[in-house]
Design a protein around this ligand. Structure first.
Ligand code: PGA
Length: 254
């Protein structure tokens, strides 16, 4: 059975070490209170080595990105080898906010392969910018998935998490998230795309999660109705009260 997962994506927050340490300690507590859920925290690079150096507890360490190459002259980049060294187990790859800065599917595919080579679970983000009546966003998503998974084998696909994050739903309020029935449709669509690529058995074993204004007010419904295994949480992960509530609700859902 696929274990439930909630990933806190702090993005470029908070503004200082003290606040980062406080939020990290609270997130750690949440993770130990709900052991049925894999709770991952993806903090900004600048805080990683300090925050990820203490006693681990149940909280899993994540990165908001990694570089496609393992070592060399790449000013400003961070490698999978360096991340592995500070116990990072998950990396968000191809987030729409990075794709907006020019990250292509080809780069995303390379990053996924680098992560897997270093035993880091890639969280592949996909999502359409907008919807249209003719369903061309479905074609867009199919291509985004296929290209991002270039050269990923049947064995490797089961080690990847797919985060469906419709861009139009990111950074809004809970009520602006996707509706549970629509999310369910999309999960079926993704499994079909993955089945065509890897066969039914493998496709069924891929973890699919949702992101885009996931808050404590909507995760219960989205999980039940949408049939996802968890959430990639942005702004709500900066409030330990809301984030704790999200993890509690996810833990209580089958
Ligand atoms: P949000 O961000 O929860 O603030 O919408 C999600 C994400 O971008 O990963």
């Amino acid at each position: 059975m696929i274990k439930k997962i909630v990933i806190a994506n702090w993005k470029m927050n908070p503004n200082g070490r003290l606040e980062a340490k406080r939020l990290f300690a609270q997130t750690k507590k949440i993770a130990s209170s709900f052991p049925k859920v894999n709770v991952v925290v993806a903090v900004p690079f600048v805080y990683q080595s300090e925050l990820f150096s203490g006693k681990k507890g149940k909280l899993l360490y994540g990165s908001q990105d990694l570089f496609s190459e393992e070592k060399g002259s790449f000013t400003g980049e961070v490698s999978a080898i360096q991340l592995k060294d500070i116990f990072v187990k998950y990396a968000i790859v191809g987030h729409s906010e990075r794709r907006a800065l020019g990250e292509s599917d080809e780069i995303v595919a390379k990053k996924i392969r680098t992560a897997l080579r270093n035993n880091i679970t890639p969280i592949l983000c996909v999502g359409e910018r907008e919807r249209d009546d003719h369903g061309s966003y479905l074609e867009f998503l199919k291509n985004e998935i296929r290209k991002s998974l270039t050269n990923i084998s049947k064995t490797e696909i089961k080690k990847i998490i797919i985060a469906y994050e419709p861009i139009w739903a990111i950074g809004k309020r809970g009520k602006d998230a996707m509706s549970p029935p629509k999310l369910h449709e999309m999960v079926i669509f993704f499994r079909k795309v993955l089945t065509d690529m890897y066969g039914r058995d493998n496709a069924d074993r891929v973890t699919i999660i949702y992101g885009g204004s996931a808050e404590s007010s909507n995760v219960g419904e989205l999980m039940r109705g949408g049939e996802v295994s968890g959430f990639l949480v942005g702004h709500a992960s900066l409030s330990s009260r809301d984030f704790g509530e999200i993890v509690r609700i996810v833990s209580g859902n089958r």
